[in-house]
Design a binder for this molecule. Structure first.
Ligand SMILES: [Zn+2]
Ligand SMILES: [Zn+2]
Length: 130
């Protein structure tokens, strides 16, 4: 009972890049700003989506942090800091590819100097405002 008709052979090495995709996806991402491999877990947040060093993010979430629903994938630069209530810092990102904005909570190990630099950026521009 052979049903061979000449096309039973399937190439097994079609997509090597995806071999460890599903298992490893979601554990880390490559920072588009400084190239750091950023682990997804971080103190103080369930879903880290920005680089702790340069605070750049990637446009992957659409509405809910962690939903990874956006297909844009553009680089999101930190443009502002917002501080809520008892010192909960959030970073405002804007996507350089599509212009979408997003607010992400700062993680416990974010570079404090980088956070402060963004926070005081409006002040440093005061002198050069026309
Ligand atoms: Zn970075
Ligand atoms: Zn985008």
């Amino acid at each position: 009972m052979s049903r061979r008709n000449g096309r039973t052979e399937r190439p097994q090495r079609a997509k090597p890049a995806h071999r460890d995709g599903p298992a490893r996806r979601g554990t880390s991402f490559r920072c588009l700003g400084c190239g750091l491999d950023v682990p997804m877990w971080a103190p103080g947040t369930a879903h880290r989506n920005h680089c702790p060093t340069c605070l750049c993010s990637r446009h992957v979430d659409r509405s809910v942090p962690g939903d990874r629903a956006a297909s844009c994938g553009g680089r999101m630069d930190p443009i502002s800091i917002s501080v809520r209530g008892a010192g909960e810092w959030s970073i405002v990102h804007r996507c350089g590819a599509c212009g979408a904005m997003g607010v992400n909570r700062a993680a416990g190990d974010d570079n404090p100097l980088a956070l402060v630099r963004i926070a005081v950026r409006p002040l440093s521009h005061l002198g050069s405002v026309r």
